[in-house]
Design a protein around this ligand. Sequence first.
Ligand SMILES: [Fe+2]
Ligand SMILES: [Fe+2]
Length: 189
Amino acid sequence: MNNPILQRLNADHKHIAKVMYCLRAQIKGFDDPDMEPNISQIMDILDFISTFPERWHHPVEDVVFRKLMEKNPPHPEQIRAVLREHEDLERITQELKTAFERVAMDIAVPIAHLYKTTTIYLSRQMLHLDAEESVLFPLVEDYLEEDDWADVEEEVDRVFGDPDDLAKQEYDHLLSSILNFDAHFSSTD
Ligand SMILES: [Fe+2]
Ligand SMILES: [Fe+2]
């Protein structure tokens, strides 16, 4: 995977997957009487996964995958489905965030239902990452040529604007703090 944009998308996936594992570890607390879920860690995780993909990951993938569609690749239906899924994932992430905000505010929420919803959500997110890594990214690598990448880069620059975006730095810090908390949480578990 030589292209820097594709490398960055892959690196994003590793971070998103790690944060999903943290969420999975935290929600175990709702199903295990010996474990106390840490609501503030869960809220940090939901803040990250409701913001980072929507602002800095999906928009880049959308540009790359739309360019791929112009090249008449195989599996066009699957590519379109992945593109549509970005909107669905963003919507269900917001719904999950709202549900956990209610837990954080001590509003009665059916926990067993929330646990199940979160588990389904995690599988859906992981399947999405898997589909992109196993089908779409390899197609992108095969079908996009130098000129296509130049177009993609130009459009991505427009999407991203200032590379020193302060909000982006804030979310990089949030990612580190989520992963550091989890490392500590796992080592004391
Ligand atoms: Fe995606
Ligand atoms: Fe992705």
